[in-house]
Design a protein around this ligand. Structure first.
Ligand code: PAF
Length: 281
């Protein structure tokens, strides 16, 4: 496994591998089993696999969140090697945002402006879209892998990849969960034991919605009430609990086709997100 720090080194490392497919997994490090499932999906599908580690400052709306973000490069490199990565790209901030940097990739409309976009501010998805565009242009992979837990991030990335005509297939891997259902996240390490137990109400709220939809409850207002009851029983008030079209993020009043059910909530001071899709074909 080669570790490179500059875009020029990344291109040189990938140049001899372009006779086969290149799979790319962008990360902010602090890798856990959820990332490992993305690495394995890439390793299984592509001839060469590259992972990036870059804690992107422009997508953080809270300085404290950026400062608290775990940085575990040695462990991340060990995991990348164990999962068979060929190349790891771990640039510093100046490499990604050189002096005078003045360009932003910005997706507009409900995809980027509602839910996470509303809670975290306009800059969050601008930061994600700009850094992912730069990473994709640096690696020029055939496929790039993302987790379904970040459903809105996936929708934003699909949108600008289509709009800009970037030649990459976006592969979305199912949300990786602990055995008790909690969606894996780098933030889970910040939960106390008591908070982690309460956080289980989030996947249980989503399960309650799924069960009710399977029983034929179609109005999202009634489905929402099932989820709220589960959250409230654990003392959790959601930042949002939304039923939207998975592609456009337009609100869904009735489940007539696929509907993304997305939750964001703070448990203690830790902000967690999770989602499921109901009503699929
Ligand atoms: O999902 C993440 O870890 C980040 O948003 C990403 C895609 C690596 C961009 O910084």
């Amino acid at each position: 496994m080669i570790v490179v720090r500059t875009i020029a080194e990344l291109r040189a490392a990938l140049a001899p591998r372009r006779n086969g497919t290149i799979g790319f997994v962008p990360t902010m490090g602090a890798l856990h089993e959820g990332h490992a499932t993305l690495l394995r999906a890439a390793r299984a599908a592509d001839d060469a696999v590259v992972m990036s580690i870059f804690v992107n400052p422009t997508q953080f709306n809270e300085q404290a969140d950026l400062a608290a973000y775990p940085r575990t490069e040695a462990a991340d490199l060990a995991l990348a090697e164990a999962e068979g990565m060929d190349v790891v790209f771990a640039p510093d901030i100046a490499e990604m945002y050189p002096a005078g940097f003045a360009t932003t990739v910005s997706v507009t409309g409900p995809i980027a402006e509602t839910l996470e976009g509303a809670e975290r501010g306009r800059g969050h998805f601008d930061g994600v879209a700009t850094v992912v565009t730069k990473l994709l242009l640096a690696a020029l992979p055939d496929r790039a892998y993302f987790g379904a837990k970040d459903a809105q991030q996936v929708a934003v990335i699909r949108r600008f990849v289509a709009d800009l005509g970037l030649p990459v297939e976006i592969v979305v891997c199912p949300t990786s969960r602990d055995a008790d259902g909690l969606a894996r996240s780098s933030r889970n390490t910040r939960l106390s034991a008591e908070e982690r137990t309460r956080a289980l109400a989030i996947p249980r709220a989503l399960e309650a919605v799924k069960d009710a939809a399977a029983e034929g409850v179609a109005h999202t207002g009634a489905l929402r009430a099932r989820a709220v009851a589960k959250l409230e029983a654990a003392g959790i008030r959601s930042e949002y609990l939304a039923f939207v079209d998975p592609e456009t993020f337009a609100p869904a009043a009735v489940v007539e086709g696929p509907v993304l059910v997305a939750i964001a909530a703070r448990v203690g001071t830790t902000r967690l997100i999770d989602n499921i899709v109901i009503g699929g074909a």
